[in-house]
Design a protein around this ligand. Structure first.
Ligand code: SF4
Ligand code: SF4
Length: 165
């Protein structure tokens, strides 16, 4: 093994032994790359606006007449990460049930979108929110108030779902 290595070293020319051609090649490559179009983004100054197909933080749809959720619990049953907790209560409104408690543990969520897929009311959808930073574990438990997002802000996703469902 050592003999093979020695023979390779002996075969190298004087310039190759100095590594100058290799250094010049490396510098040439760096220079060429410097003038090519850049694909990196100066985040967070330059923000990225995802398309409707993007699956960010799951949120609850806050419609013009209130939350859409009827607390059927299907999303909680289907969630593979056991991230959703729903507690139902009764209401006098036409829909009869509503979630008195709706909580998603964002440390568990894997953004699979199963909750959105199974919901019969289009009440839970994947938003464009990808900036999730928590300093304490408890902060990752999002309650109903934190999850409710006005329907007007979710139009891209709702249109995407109607198009591809
Ligand atoms: S996106 Fe998936 S993991 Fe996250 S809450 Fe919905 S079903 Fe659970
Ligand atoms: S979000 Fe949808 S699936 Fe989940 S409890 Fe509410 S209505 Fe049912």
């Amino acid at each position: 093994m050592n003999n093979t290595k020695n023979t390779e070293v002996e075969r190298r020319s004087f310039w190759e032994k100095l590594y100058i051609p290799e250094i010049a090649k490396g510098l040439g490559l760096t220079l060429a790359e410097m003038f090519k179009p850049k694909f990196t983004r100066q985040y967070p100054e330059e923000r990225w606006e995802p398309l409707g197909s993007y699956r960010g933080r799951p949120v609850l749809v806050d419609d013009v007449d209130g939350e859409r959720c009827v607390a059927c619990g299907l999303c909680s049953r289907v969630c593979p990460a056991l991230a959703i907790e729903v507690q139902a209560d009764e209401t006098d409104r036409e829909k009869e049930r509503f979630p008195v408690k709706f909580e998603i543990n964002m440390l568990r969520c894997i953004y699979c979108g199963f909750c959105e897929e199974v919901c019969p009311e289009e009440a839970i959808v994947m938003s464009k929110d990808y900036e999730l930073v928590f300093q304490r574990q408890e902060d990752a438990l999002m309650n109903k108030e934190q999850l409710l997002v006005p329907v007007a802000q979710l139009q891209d996703r709702l249109e995407f779902l109607r198009q591809y469902r």
